[in-house]
Ligand binder design. Structure first.
Ligand SMILES: NC(=O)c1ccc[n+]([C@@H]2O[C@H](COP(=O)([O-])OP(=O)(O)OC[C@H]3O[C@@H](n4cnc5c(N)ncnc54)[C@H](O)[C@@H]3O)[C@@H](O)[C@H]2O)c1
Length: 463
């Protein structure tokens, strides 16, 4: 593949930054379109790489539709040659999670900066390899925490920074995935811990990053529990099936299964996955009740922070609605914030959720006096507008200085997965896990200065 598709390398424009993308599934499309359709004046996509020859060609076809110069295409085995021949300045990593570290380290070793999707990686050893390579090479490693850019979540950061509720002493945070989006993690590579780290890493990295960043603090210790009790063979039988079976396409009970996914009926899913199975046997529609799934669907964690705050967190993947509730309990009051999300399973446009008022609610409740409802900040686009704002922050040459420090680096990437990886360990052992025992040299991210809690507080009135 690489020989034929890389023989005509695109002409380079010295005014534009040169990017390559490795991992050409659904998520990479955000970056390819961002470069080729929105940020073409300052960015250029010079190479594409994937382990699947079919998806590689689909992505190259996307460049044609985007009206862009078609980037050189390389199979995964030719990644090093891709770097040498096309000389990208930045490599964007959007492979399955467990392969991130390999490409991040090799790209930095070759002199490239890196932008990686979350989670930065899946275990402590791979995380250490990334932190070491970052120090050794001096290249940058950005982790794309798009959730920080969602306007209502940036607004919560703004409220916390204003000091209105004082020092945060505890946080209650509960994330719900419904049976459209939540089930999707049990269909494919995410459903095995060796690929994704489980949902405590793959999904909760977003949530633990939000808490770390909202609090401006570092996690110290984690106590966790988890189980899989819904996406199981026993549940398939309780729901009246005889299965589980291997996959939806060939399932003898597809007509009566509420979790049936028709890859052939959704053109984008068909082209990206069904039509490319011949190359690598990656089935996008495996049964969500399979026996070989080894990730949890129900997780709870208690986390302590070096600011003194404690976090009570849960993640549930089979819920009736999708979204979250979070509450910050401070020395001067409480912030309650929740979002009911409209869920989109890539390619199927599944929308869920009883959204009465746009789905966003934020309230500030002082220890004394009236509570006030906050008019939420908003933006348009995927992930509540967060994806578009993040791309601007990445691809515009001189982004405006950001007082919320939303651009995340490898220290933030590590701090967020540290909680989930420690949680996984705690689930195994039944004991609390100190983060420093797994990650002895975790640096402090830019948002987390050394903690202090010394400011005098006004006495609440007696009324
Ligand atoms: N920030 C977000 O909101 C968000 C949303 C979706 C996905 N993601 C992340 O994006 C990444 C990709 O997710 P996706 O949904 O696109 O998955 P996907 O399965 O659709 O795509 C993954 C692609 O990587 C390729 N690949 C796998 N292993 C590889 C390897 N070793 N070398 C080269 N290519 C390899 C696969 O062939 C596939 O094309 C994941 O890390 C995921 O966590 C982030």
């Amino acid at each position: 593949m690489s020989a034929s598709s890389s023989s005509r390398l695109p002409a380079s424009n010295p005014l534009r930054r040169r990017y390559a993308i490795v991992g050409l599934g659904s998520r990479h499309e955000l970056y390819q379109d961002g470069i080729e359709k929105v940020h073409a004046p300052t960015a250029e996509l010079v190479a594409l790489c994937d382990s699947n020859a079919g998806r590689l060609e689909v992505a190259r076809g996307r460049s044609v539709r985007n009206g862009a110069t078609v980037p050189a295409g390389y199979l995964a085995a030719d990644f090093a040659r891709m770097l040498a021949e096309t000389k990208p300045q930045t490599v964007i990593v959007t492979t399955a999670d467990s392969a991130h570290h390999d490409y991040i380290v090799r790209a930095m070793e070759a002199g490239c900066d890196v932008i990686t999707e979350k989670p930065m990686t899946t275990d402590a050893e791979k995380c250490r390899a990334i932190l070491d390579a970052r120090k050794r090479t001096g290249r940058s490693c950005r982790v794309t925490f798009n959730y920080r850019y969602s306007p209502p979540r940036s607004q919560v950061k703004d409220l916390l920074m204003s000091g209105e509720i004082g020092d945060v002493l505890s946080v209650d945070f509960h994330w719900l995935l419904n049976t459209h989006h939540g089930a999707d993690y049990f269909r494919r590579w995410h459903s095995n811990k060796k690929n994704s780290g489980g949902l405590f890493v793959h999904k909760s990295t977003h949530h633990f990053d939000l808490v770390n960043w909202w609090l401006g603090a570092m996690p110290v210790a984690v106590m966790a529990m988890g189980k899989r009790e819904f996406y199981t063979p026993a549940m398939a039988r309780r729901l009246g099936l005889t299965g589980p079976h291997e996959r939806c396409q060939t399932c003898p009970e597809k007509a009566k299964c509420g979790f049936f996914m028709d890859l052939a009926a959704a053109p984008s899913l068909k082209q990206l996955y069904l039509d490319q199975e011949q190359h690598d046997g990656y089935f996008r529609d495996r049964c969500v009740f399979r026996d070989d799934i080894d990730i949890e669907d129900t997780m709870n964690a208690l986390v302590t922070y070096d600011s003194g705050a404690t976090l009570s967190y849960s993640l549930n993947a089979f819920n009736a609605w999708e979204g979250y509730t979070v509450a910050f309990n401070g020395t001067k009051g409480r912030i309650e914030h929740s979002i009911v999300e409209s869920v989109y399973v890539n390619g199927t446009e599944t929308v869920q959720g009883g959204i009465a008022d746009g789905g966003v609610s934020t309230r500030v409740i002082p220890l004394r006096g009236e509570a006030r409802n906050i008019v939420p900040w908003s933006a348009v686009g995927d992930h509540g507008g967060g994806d578009r704002l993040m791309l601007e922050d990445i691809f515009l040459p001189n982004p405006t200085p950001d007082k919320y420090l939303r651009a995340a680096d490898e220290r933030a990437g590590a701090a967020s997965i540290a909680v989930g990886i420690a949680g996984n360990r705690s689930m195994q052992t039944g004991a609390g896990v100190r983060v420093a025992d797994l990650f002895p040299d975790l640096g402090r991210p830019d948002y987390a200065p050394m903690p202090s809690r010394t400011a005098a507080l006004p006495m609440p009135s007696r009324g």
